[in-house]
Write a protein that binds this ligand. Structure first.
Ligand code: NAP
Length: 454
């Protein structure tokens, strides 16, 4: 049997495992994750009020419960963990599906002021990621600026605008729910440096903003009209044309006087975050103008937008895994159809899939063909990889290397604890938000006996 380790249990990792076992009946896959919980960004990135996308977890679960797939949580690979070279000794092949764990920076003065956060820090907090920063995002905030026009920007804008009644049925941790329920934020400015026809959000996500109770979306027609494509949107690709149509309808709608306002702004690029009393108090934007080549140039005119909370939502960035090659420009691992390249040559038995392979773009489904390509490359290399004798079941060696794996039974115990916590709070499932709680919940099952699955 070909033994494969997949590092990362997000969509790209799970789709890789699925593609491997579907294509080859002679392959065994261990899906490793540094967290005791599977599903990566489906659990810790997809917004809690997007139940339909969240339900993808059921599909991913079916893969992790496949008889030739084994989930091993709580295992860190790289710095402070199992070195990739050791992992390579324990398996015929290793597929890195570690995503893009860091945020891009704005590179403007004041970016690090208290009250300025990356959108991912905010998302991690309301998604109960155990590494999330402590509470305090909303303290004293009345106005928020969200920088960026991608789907993450739309997610955080929507969550800021939602009321407790809409958030309470979600699996959001109790502390985040309480803080959002008592939030004083009534103005949310979502600001892009380019125009409406270049925004990255998808129309479905954009439209959702218009359906939020007690909230109105405000768009300035004059700002939309700065976009050369605005007057003639017929020539735009369908997705962009639909976005422009939605924005146009909002711009012409009469004011409703709703309690909360989402202001969508365009052609403003951040120049600095301004301090007030040691915290962020405003964002200074420079007005931009289209350069007719798809980019923008500065105009030297500035506008300050008051905000006590700034969420920088300008995209993710891949992080180098110690022991693996890395292209710092692209934030990805160099590869050939998923085969890792070391100094331009294929490194036998090492593969990548997902965002660390192609960069942080696309929706969850984009990972399917990406994972399939990698799995196909790996299986084509299978006969050569199988020539190497392995030391036996890697689990014992991983434990000997200091890892404390949380197996599937441990994860199921976490799920039960989250259902019990929710019931005790009069809610549905409520996520455990810290390492200690997760470890305790996974505890006895983590090391206890389990059914042999192979
Ligand atoms: P994204 O789609 O790449 O959007 C990043 C945004 O940040 C763009 O508007 C970009 O503007 C802007 N930006 C970048 N650098 C900037 C700077 N220095 N100053 C000002 N603005 C800057 O990234 P994302 O929103 O993080 O999403 C990542 C991926 O996850 C996307 O593929 C997204 O579709 C996906 N996702 C999907 C969903 C969903 O389907 N519901 C939800 C969340 C995320 P420019 O265009 O001018 O560069």
């Amino acid at each position: 049997m070909l033994r494969v380790a997949v590092v990362g249990s997000g969509p790209s990792g799970v789709y890789t495992a699925q593609s491997l076992v579907q294509q080859d009946p002679e392959v065994l896959v261990d899906v490793l994750d540094r967290l005791p919980c599977p599903y990566g960004l489906v659990r810790y990135g997809v917004a809690p009020d997007h139940e339909k996308i969240k339900s993808l977890q059921n599909n991913l679960r079916a893969v992790l419960e496949h008889e030739r797939v084994r989930f091993l949580g709580g295992i860190r690979i790289g710095t402070d963990g199992v070195p990739p070279a050791r992992l390579r000794e324990l398996y015929h092949a290793v597929v890195y599906c570690v995503g893009a764990a860091a945020d891009r920076h704005l590179g403007v003065p004041g970016e690090e002021l208290p009250g300025s956060w990356s959108a991912t820090e905010f998302v991690s907090w309301y998604s109960a990621h155990p590494d999330a920063a402590a509470d305090g995002f909303l303290r004293g905030a009345r106005s928020a600026v969200v920088v960026g026009l991608g789907n993450v920007a739309v997610d955080v804008t929507r969550i800021l605008a939602r009321r407790a009644a809409e958030l309470s049925p979600t699996d959001m941790p109790e502390a985040a729910l309480t803080a959002l329920a008592s939030s004083g934020v009534t103005e949310i400015h979502m600001v892009g440096r380019r125009g409406p026809s270049q925004a990255r959000f998808t129309t479905k996500e954009l439209r959702e903003l218009g359906g939020l109770p007690d909230t109105e979306v405000i768009v300035d027609e004059a700002e939309l009209a700065l976009d050369p494509a605005y007057g003639d949107s017929a020539g735009l690709p369908a997705a962009q044309r639909r976005n422009v149509e939605v924005l146009r309808a909002w711009a012409s709608a009469p004011a409703q006087g709703a309690r909360r306002r989402i202001r969508l702004r365009f052609f403003l690029r951040p120049a600095a975050l301004l301090a007030y009393d040691g915290r962020v108090g405003a964002v200074r934007f420079e007005r931009t103008a289209p350069d007719r080549r798809g980019g923008v140039t500065g105009t030297g005119r500035y506008e300050d937008v008051g905000a006590q909370l700034v969420l920088r939502s300008v995209g993710y960035r891949g992080v180098q895994l110690e022991g693996l090659p890395f292209d710092p420009e692209r934030g990805t691992v160099p590869h050939l159809a998923g085969r890792v390249l070391r100094e331009g040559a294929v490194a036998p038995g090492e593969y990548v899939a997902g965002w660390i392979k192609r960069g942080p773009t696309g929706v969850i489904g984009t990972n399917r063909p990406c994972a399939k390509e990698t799995a196909t490359s790996l299986l084509a290399d299978g006969p050569a990889l199988l020539r190497r004798e392995l030391p036996g079941d890697p689990l014992g060696s991983l434990r000997a290397a200091g890892a404390e794996p949380v197996e599937w039974a441990g994860w199921l115990a976490i799920e039960r604890a989250e259902a019990e916590l929710g019931a005790s709070l009069g809610r549905g499932v409520v996520k455990l938000a810290d390492w200690a709680a997760l470890r305790t919940a996974a505890g006895p099952a983590r090391t206890g006996p389990r059914e042999p699955r192979r």
